[in-house]
Design a protein around this ligand. Structure first.
Ligand SMILES: Nc1ncnc2c1ncn2[C@@H]1O[C@H](COP(=O)(O)OP(=O)(O)OP(=O)(O)O)[C@@H](O)[C@H]1O
Ligand SMILES: [Mg+2]
Length: 266
């Protein structure tokens, strides 16, 4: 007997059409569309309140859209809850870091790995050999992930005691630990200095290449996005005002007015 695959590998990775989110009178995102190319680093920029985080909230299943569709590997995920979206291979980081501050860096990542490799309650209570094997596997995978993110040396330190840049990378470690296919990074360099940002740029590229990831990156840092992304979309008041390669976006007069105009008044 053949079993139908859950995902159709021949299908487009992520197709979004007409995606709209209204909050009472306010349209946070309007008629957004995307056809995500596998292996790409896709940038989304725009002024404060443009709808970038809203897009990630919708994409990760944390917020329900008002209208529009989200298809992931050919499957309609428009109204799927966050855990189903995560299981289908989408992981995200948060603009406002969300770590367990009192827990060690390692334990923060272990919690994320566990979501991927859940341990049955009975197994854990009885501490069976299978449980101990699984626990070992989770710890190893978490250590590996910390190493990949350059955080091995701080594995045992409480997350809240880490420098800001390390906390940002720990957020990424937690997302990567779930072994996603698509990684959503919301302002990953917020609060970083230029050296940390340059290191982050290399790290994101390496993650894409080594883990075969496709990345959507939201950022305010235009040089970062211009350097890193193959394609860039620009949102303004929830509307897509530009969509193209970095050179095209850089020279788009609407973008200069909307985005750079605000930056010069910031
Ligand atoms: N839960 C909510 N309820 C009401 N309005 C919301 C909610 N979430 C977002 N908004 C509004 O939607 C708009 C888009 O917000 P969003 O956070 O997506 O912007 P952003 O592009 O991520 O901005 P920033 O660059 O400041 O992070 C804003 O006007 C915001 O106030
Ligand atoms: Mg935001």
């Amino acid at each position: 007997m053949t079993v139908a695959p859950v995902v159709d590998v021949g299908s487009p990775m992520l197709e979004i059409d007409g995606l709209t989110k209204r909050y009472s009178g306010l349209v946070a995102l309007s008629n957004y569309a995307l056809d995500l190319r596998p292996g790409s680093i896709h940038g989304v920029i725009g002024p404060n309140g443009a709808g970038k985080t809203t897009l990630f909230n919708l994409l990760s299943g944390m917020v329900r859209p008002t209208s529009g569709t989200i298809r992931l590997f050919g499957v309609d995920m428009t109204n799927s809850p966050a855990h189903d979206v995560a299981r289908a291979g989408v992981a995200r980081t948060f603009q406002n870091i969300r770590l367990f501050g009192d827990m060690s860096a390692l334990d923060n990542v272990k919690v994320a790995v566990q979501q991927r490799l859940p341990i049955g309650l009975a197994q854990s209570l009885l501490s069976t050999p299978a449980f101990r094997r699984r626990e070992h596997e989770i710890t190893e995978r978490a250590r590996e992930t910390l190493e990949r993110l350059g955080l091995a040396a701080v594995a045992s330190r409480p997350a809240s005691s880490l420098p800001y840049g390390d906390q940002r990378r720990l957020e990424i470690a937690r997302a990567v630990a779930t072994e996603p296919k698509i990684l959503l990074l919301d302002e990953p360099n917020a609060g970083m200095n230029p050296t940390e940002t340059a290191d982050l740029l290399d790290l994101i590229r390496r993650l894409r290449d080594d883990l075969d990831l496709t990345i959507i990156l939201v950022a305010h840092d235009i040089p970062l996005v211009m350097n890193l992304c193959d394609r860039i979309q620009v949102l303004n008041y929830g509307e897509l005002i530009a969509d193209g390669d970095p050179a095209m976006v850089r020279n788009n007069p609407d973008v200069i007015t909307a985005y750079l105009g605000q930056a010069s008044h910031a």
